[in-house]
Design a protein around this ligand. Structure first.
Ligand code: 5GP
Ligand code: MG
Length: 182
């Protein structure tokens, strides 16, 4: 375990196992769809999750990336800015949005509305983590890896000041590590 970690909440083995279950469920749900879904991953946090999940989807999917910013330090703020938009058109496309964590739900609500405005045929959401206690807007992911308690988590894509994204598990840092910005 990383020396700055207080505890591991979800191990790498649990994540891989859950991704295999989610991949199977997604494959089953879209198998008879007119077209396979376009996975739209939100940079940067969802990259490790996307990479694991797609190994378990048995459909000819494609994926693309969007970067939105809504987050400073350890508290979510409301307004969302697009830092990188999709490369392809989403008109008539069935989209599966890939998120690292749904917290207040504001990011998801905004991005979902944006994609629908651009003419997406459908928008579903798969998230590695869900913090239901923190929700301030009414929105739920269609596929959830794990529900987590109301604690700031890092690892498997999730950062604190851009660090810890490469940890292969999800956990909580020691209190003193949240105080420094170095
Ligand atoms: P929301 O718009 O749902 O409040 O925020 C979603 C975004 O906030 C996530 O995509 C993630 O970037 C960030 N976030 C929310 N909770 C956590 C957390 O516990 N740890 C980390 N590292 N990021 C979080
Ligand atoms: Mg995110």
């Amino acid at each position: 375990m990383h020396p700055n970690m207080k505890k591991v909440l979800i191990s790498e083995e649990q994540i891989v196992q859950r991704c295999s279950e989610l991949g199977k469920q997604i494959s089953d749900d879209y198998r008879n769809n007119a077209q396979p879904p376009l996975l739209v991953a939100l940079l940067k946090g969802s990259v490790p999750f996307l990479a694991e999940l797609i190994k378990h989807i048995e459909l000819e999917i494609q994926f693309d990336f969007m970067a939105v910013s809504s987050y400073e330090g350890t508290e979510s703020i409301g307004d969302i800015k697009i830092n990188k938009d999709l490369d392809c058109s989403v008109k008539g496309v069935d989209i599966l949005l890939v998120e690292d964590i749904v917290d207040t739900g504001k990011t998801l609500q905004t991005v979902k509305a944006m994609l629908k405005n651009k003419g997406a045929a459908s928008v579903r959401v798969v998230t590695l983590l869900d913090k239901p206690e923190r929700r301030t807007v009414e929105i739920e992911a269609d596929y959830v890896g794990f529900a987590v308690p109301n604690e700031f988590v890092v690892g498997f894509g999730l950062d604190f000041n851009q660090k810890y994204r490469n940890l292969p598990y999800v956990g909580v840092l020691k209190e003193e590590c949240y105080q420094t910005t170095a």
